[in-house]
Design a protein around this ligand. Structure first.
Ligand SMILES: Cc1cc2nc3c(=O)[nH]c(=O)nc-3n(C[C@H](O)[C@H](O)[C@H](O)COP(=O)(O)OP(=O)(O)OC[C@H]3O[C@@H](n4cnc5c(N)ncnc54)[C@H](O)[C@@H]3O)c2cc1C
Length: 258
């Protein structure tokens, strides 16, 4: 293991944060229990004083296909898995397009689009060096109780990558802002949309410093350049407060505040 200084104002997708020393795990290392594991910071809002952090090094970026079983290391970027699935004509991976991050982050978030989620297609995850079958991991909409550090995931594969489905899902994304963000800020409450609620309380387009509830999609908190954790937190708290006051609905963050 070794330390690496990561500047979260550059590394994170929302471009908020400061340089932080992060412990990089290598193959064979014992995983510390007093540090939080992060992936590629596409779903994180990192404060200037986060908990001690660790990350998987490139040792965990790999893909192996043998006898219809695909094993993927958790530091693998999602784009690489998508390209691999396309090239090898593997079914079920189409939704990964436009889901930025690492495979580890996808697993912990049970990331997905509409009814397509990573847990639908996986077989087992290696957590703290032990393979755990999907059935034994509690999971649901944008969460999975991994209870440790995921280093590898296994998929039983079937042939038939669908270019039509890929096109359909890419088009679905055309309404998302291109400005720096961490994707959806809030989870959709059951039967409703966080974006709709944020619009209803007239926060769409409202900004604090460089941070803004996007004009393009109200549930995206975007950074126009140089935005801070405090500005982002202010807007998140404001949305929660206003939505609760008007609708009695408690918005839950999808983006993780560290
Ligand atoms: C423009 C944009 C659009 C997006 N659209 C979507 C979308 O449509 N659907 C969707 O679901 N998400 C979406 N996201 C969010 C993001 O793509 C996913 O949450 C992604 O899976 C995060 O991966 P990451 O590697 O960046 O994880 P991080 O953001 O670094 O971490 C997320 C969580 O995963 C945990 N984690 C990371 N690695 C591991 C590991 N190895 N073991 C255990 N826990 C781990 C962390 O502790 C943290 O809790 C979007 C983000 C952006 C920027």
């Amino acid at each position: 293991m070794f330390f690496k200084t990561i500047d979260f104002s550059k590394f994170s997708s929302i471009k908020v944060g400061v340089p932080i020393e992060v412990l990089m795990l290598e193959r064979g290392d014992e995983v510390p229990t007093d540090r939080m594991i992060i992936g590629h910071a596409n779903n994180l809002l990192v404060s200037p004083t986060p908990p001690a952090l660790m990350m998987l090094s490139k040792d965990f970026s790999f893909m192996e296909l043998a006898n219809d079983m695909l094993t993927v290391g958790c530091a693998t970027p999602t784009g690489k898995l998508l390209s691999f699935a396309k090239k090898n004509d593997l079914q079920g991976f189409e939704f990964i397009s436009k889901l930025p991050g690492s495979i580890g982050g996808m697993l912990a978030m049970n990331a997905g689009v509409k009814s397509y989620e990573i847990f639908n297609i996986l077989d087992a995850i290696k957590i703290d060096a032990v393979w755990v079958k999907k059935e034994n991991i509690e999971h649901g909409y944008r969460f999975a109780m991994l209870g440790g550090v995921a280093t590898e995931v296994r998929f039983k594969t079937t042939k038939g990558f669908s270019l039509d489905l890929l096109d359909e899902l890419v088009n679905l994304r055309s309404n998302q802002p291109k400005t720096a963000s961490a994707g959806s800020a809030f989870k959709n409450p059951e039967g409703d949309y966080a974006g709709r609620l944020i619009e209803e309380v007239e926060l769409k387009g409202v900004s604090k410093g460089a941070m803004e509830w996007s004009e393009v999609h109200a549930n995206f908190l975007v950074n126009h350049g140089g935005g801070t954790f405090e500005e982002a937190k202010y807007l998140i708290d404001l949305a929660k407060e206003k939505v609760f006051k008007k609708f009695g609905i408690e918005l839950l963050e999808e983006v993780q505040l560290l």
